[in-house]
Design a protein around this ligand. Structure first.
Ligand code: NAD
Ligand code: AHE
Ligand code: ZN
Length: 373
């Protein structure tokens, strides 16, 4: 049934390491349980760059990347009950079906209802809605926000208030929620804690913002880019360390925190730094949260004694947030002035200039670039 076929402008990733090209591609209408969304704005996250670089074992080409969007519902497929045309939404790469074993456990946000097809770049019925010249293009993370129009399962859409600006709240679709959520939902950092944040980019600065929100005491930021210091201080960082200026970065954190950080966060995707982040936490109770995504085949290591003596190594996806429940609340926090998003969006681009957004990230010149359709 191709009667619902429409054209949409999209940035297509044809193969690893190649620039995206802007194409008018074909988009099939929403099938049962699916929703057609007009994407109004999308952020560019380091994970998009990671997949485009070829380092992602789940990376598929050709594909429509992008997972940090916001937009408006245009049409709904059969059996869609919670959304209607005109609703404002944020697509969720971590859906929330509220029915699977994972959702019902209340122990994790990792809904698995559609995870296998999502990882195969397909909709839940194992087909793609995107094509060009009758050849299918893969979806990405179930969202594909680098297309002006996209089809997303109903369980992977958070309905948000209609007065929130798309070009800012799109960032809640990944970076903001991941960073703030890692502190609030995953680590549950207590007031008065000492925390260390490795990597002060689009995620790490949101970890700092979250740590300040919950009343952390010392907030130590670590980055090899000295230009990250000023903005991190504005967001609540109390101490800055550049590993290139320290003989031993683990020791430097331990010295500043009377024996080690209560919580540390790795926001880079570097396995050597992951070890440092674990080992700089306090004996007996330190918890280190891995946020960064490491390349295919990478492994982490430490002496088991680090864990025997009470440190815990953990990880978080999408900040532990249950998207349909938590994302609308985070949008409210932004609208009420409780969190700052505007300062972190350093560049706003047209879709035609999306490759520039990747270059700015690579050069360490942007925190977040947002593409506005
Ligand atoms: P970014 O490029 O904006 O920031 C990375 C920062 O790390 C930069 O400031 C860079 O200077 C710094 N850095 C690089 N190497 C370093 C080193 N050796 N020591 C100290 N600092 C170093 O990236 P981002 O968008 O903030 O993403 C960060 C990581 O988080 C990526 O791996 C991304 O894939 C991952 N991520 C994970 C989730 C999740 O749900 N777990 C969500 C979003 C992003
Ligand atoms: N596909 C990669 C893993 C990528 C990954 O870890 N993704 C994070 C979100 S990063 C957002 O910027 C995530 O949510 N992971 C949980 C999941 O189920 O994918 C690989 O290594 O295969
Ligand atoms: Zn992301």
């Amino acid at each position: 049934n191709r009667k619902n076929l429409m054209k949409t402008r999209a940035a297509v990733a044809w193969q690893a390491k190649q620039p995206l090209t802007i194409e008018h591609i074909d988009l099939d209408g929403p099938k049962t349980g699916e929703v057609l969304v007009e994407i109004k704005a999308t952020g560019i996250c380091h994970t998009d760059y990671y997949t485009l670089s070829g380092a992602d074992p789940e990376g598929l080409f050709p594909a429509v990347l992008g997972h940090e969007g916001a937009g408006i519902v245009v049409d709904v497929g059969k059996d869609v009950k919670s959304l209607q045309p005109g609703d404002h939404v944020i697509p969720l790469y971590t859906p929330e079906c509220r029915e699977c074993k994972f959702c019902l456990s209340q122990k994790t946000n990792l809904c698995q209802a559609i995870r296998s097809t999502q990882g195969q770049g397909l909709m839940p019925d194992s087909t793609s809605r995107f094509s060009l010249n009758n050849k299918p293009l893969f979806h990405y993370m179930g969202t594909s926000t680098f297309s002006n129009f996209t089809v997303v399962p109903e369980i992977a859409l958070a309905k948000i208030r209609p007065d929130a600006p798309f070009d800012k709240v799109c960032y809640i679709g990944c970076g903001v929620t991941t960073g703030i959520g890692a502190v609030l939902f995953t680590a549950k950092v207590e007031a008065g804690s000492h925390i260390a944040v490795f990597g002060l980019g689009g995620i790490g600065l949101n970890v700092i913002q979250g740590a300040k929100m919950v009343g952390a005491d010392k907030i130590i930021g670590i980055d090899i880019n000295p230009e990250r210091e000023a903005m991190a201080r504005d967001f609540g960082m109390t101490h800055f360390l550049n590993p290139n200026n320290e003989a031993d970065i683990v020791d430097a954190v331990v010295q500043l925190t009377d024996g080690g950080a209560d919580y540390s966060f790795e926001c880079i995707g570097n396995t050597k730094v992951m070890r440092q982040a674990l080992e700089c936490t306090h004996k007996g109770w330190g918890r280190s949260i891995i946020v960064g995504v490491a390349e295919a085949g990478a492994e982490i290591s430490t002496r088991p004694f680090q864990l025997v003596t009470g440190r815990k190594w953990e990880g978080t996806a999408f900040g532990g947030a249950r998207g349909r429940t938590d994302v609308p609340k985070i949008v409210d926090w932004y609208m009420e002035g409780k969190i700052n998003i505007d300062t972190l969006i350093t560049h706003t681009l047209k879709l035609e200039d999306i490759n520039e957004g990747f270059q700015l990230m690579k050069a360490g010149k942007s925190i977040r670039s947002v593409v506005v359709y």
